[in-house]
Design a protein. Structure first.
Length: 117
């Protein structure tokens, strides 16, 4: 069983989710997505794992750069381009299990569904 967390160590929810995983005896692969942004194909894969096709489902629409880039009316391709170019827009954390299922760790208790699966 393998877990990965798309993690921002400056985010309290991300840290709390990582701690929940560790408390459950899980040692996840920690991907610091701000340092190593996800590729477009990886973002597409994460969307599939989350069961959605809408990039806004994994976007922090309250970030200043979202407004600066006028993404409110943007199409899917532009949203994916923005996520690649501005990883701060990625919602955090996202936890992936066995590269087959994923949840957004907001709230951190969402990770329980993956731990029980």
């Amino acid at each position: 069983m393998g877990f990965e967390i798309l993690h921002n160590p400056r985010c309290s929810k991300s840290r709390e989710t990582l701690q929940r995983l560790c408390d459950a005896g899980v040692e996840p692969l920690v991907t610091a997505y701000l340092e190593t942004p996800l590729s477009r194909s990886r973002l597409e894969h994460v969307l599939r794992l989350l069961g959605t096709d809408d990039p806004r489902a994994i976007m922090r629409t309250g970030e200043a750069v979202y407004a600066e880039l006028a993404l409110a009316g943007a199409d899917r391709a532009a949203l994916l381009d923005a996520l690649c170019a501005h990883p701060i827009l990625l919602e955090r954390p996202i936890v992936i299990r066995d590269d087959r299922r994923a949840v957004i760790g907001r709230p951190p208790s969402n990770v329980e569904a993956l731990l029980k699966a």
